[in-house]
Write a new protein. Sequence first.
Length: 351
Amino acid sequence: MKYRELITLENLFSAWDAFKIGKQKKPDVLLFERNLEDNIFKLYEELSTKTYEHQAYRTFHLYDPKFRIINKASVRDRVVHHLIFKFLEPLYQPAFIRQSYSCQPGKGIHLAINDLARTLRKVSSNYTRRVWALKLDIRKFFDSIDHDVLFQLVKKKVTDPDILHLLDKIIRSFCSTQGPGRGVPIGNLTSQIFSNMYLSELDYFVKFNLKERHYFRYADDFLFLHYSAAHLQAVQDSVGRFLKESLRLTIHPNKIILRTLQQGIDFVGYVELPQHRVLRTSTKHRMFTKMKQKVRSYNDGKSDEEELGQTLQSYLGVLKHCSGYDIEQRLLHEVWLRKEQAILFQNHATA
């Protein structure tokens, strides 16, 4: 695709439609939509004349469950991000290995944990043979992505110079605390495809250089299975060198976990054990904390029954994939009890 074919008004309006889903009540989105045609035509003119410049990010903090710094782009820039994402996804998606699960259509957490469970059953000969799992994590991954390395990866499949120029602007629109020329914002849609492009290099190194058969990656968490703990130690050393030399990343030294299946293998919020699966303790705590907040928001009139129900159903969906009946009952009781307490309090206050 050529630049002029990418930045058409039709594509920009399509990008807007994709962007606004679930955001129609946001103040900045409402403001942009108030003069939608003028804003889209102005954006088209800037892109067409190549005078488009990415605006500064708005920074805020979030605990989910750990402290995160989120950098939010303006609405006009996020429309461009959707435009770019729609262009890049069909170029790179076919090249991603099956065992890469994050931010891809038809994949996700549950496919990842189910694939892991099937593989564990097979390699352990139906849980009769000891299997080791090595779990690794990249230190400050999004903040550490190198702009030059990322841009070279983009150039492998994108050849149009004007599209490359626009992509370069987006890549270099943000610098993290790791220094100049480093980092992509967690909140950007483009960061999803950029991160998968970046770590796809690791996937190929693991599968085709190291020839590891049992490997799984979700975002920057990745897992290896083998019968030998010594073999996995050697894999860790090789992966550490590759990340440092080729991608300018480092393994988080405090998040190196080597365990057997009998001890439980922690991955994507679940813990896989022989013949059953449980919810990770921290995931369970986070679930109850958020549910309490949602019920409180509902009782205070800040959210409605539908929003509360959607949150509850999403958690019940998570519990369907593990031995979670007791947690499900506690969760339902928590919601019912807190709602009833609020009703009783309101009735007493008006009596």
